[in-house]
Design a binder for this molecule. Structure first.
Ligand code: ZN
Length: 240
């Protein structure tokens, strides 16, 4: 069984299409939120996920896009991009985004955007934060996004390990408990501009991080055309 886990696509349809082409046929597509925000093609990304039957959870940008108060916490560029997103998305996109739950459990695996204890906002970037979240995690395996960093935390009977995977890294999920982050499809921040995603096999209990190149210049041109902040476009070149 192969499940593609995608997070933080951020309206980057070119990156999403490169990922979908690379993964080929899978049994399911799960997304971990922040489907929209920052990037130039919110309607296109939602349409693609919807066609593919992807299921997932709502991120802070998705909540803001459907009118939530989350926008008040955004920095200047994120807010400008979100104002544009809110004004441009179709009713179909709005309805699809509004239907995404804050958290869900699939095949005994918890899905959230931020963290199990704060699915909208918390960034799980350190062992102390991971430890607090293992305490509230009700499943053996949890998937999260939001940091845009490919990462995992393993809880081996209270002994925590922080794993920083590289392209092609596999992780054996057979023993212990795990919080796993696929990295970001549409706006990676680990210094590698390639789109990041995870392939998960919940039967063999393994996962593998993958990267794929996409046409960054095309996305930057589309962002410029729509008047989106140039800094948001520029960072795509560096994966930062
Ligand atoms: Zn995000």
């Amino acid at each position: 069984m192969r499940i593609a886990v995608l997070s933080d696509i951020h309206s980057n349809l070119v990156a999403l299409d490169a990922v979908l082409a690379a993964i080929g046929s899978v049994d399911a597509i799960w997304h971990l939120g922040d489907v929209v925000g920052y990037g130039p093609e919110p309607d296109g990304v939602v349409a693609r996920l919807s066609e593919a039957g992807a299921i997932g959870v709502r991120g802070n940008h998705d909540a803001a896009a459907v009118g939530g108060p989350e926008i008040d916490w955004f920095n200047h560029d994120a807010r400008r991009a979100m104002e544009w997103t809110k004004a441009t998305i179709s009713e179909t996109t709005r309805t699809w985004l509004a239907a995404q739950p804050q958290r869900r459990t699939e095949a005994g695996i918890a899905l959230v955007h931020g963290s199990p204890r704060d699915p909208t906002w918390e960034y799980v970037t350190s062992i102390p934060v991971a430890r607090a979240n293992f305490e509230v995690l009700e499943t053996r395996l949890g998937l999260f996004g939001h940091t845009h960093l490919p990462t995992a935390f393993r809880d081996d009977d209270g002994r925590l390990e922080h794993i920083s995977p590289s392209r092609g890294s596999e992780l054996d999920l057979g023993t212990g408990r795990f919080l796993v982050n696929p990295g970001s499809v549409g706006q990676p921040r680990d210094g590698d501009p390639m789109a990041s995603y995870l392939l998960l096999d919940p039967e063999r209990l393994t996962c593998r991080w993958e990267r794929v190149e996409y046409d960054i210049a095309a996305v930057q041109a589309a962002m410029a055309e729509r008047g989106l902040p140039s800094q948001l476009a520029l960072r795509l070149s560096f994966g930062l």
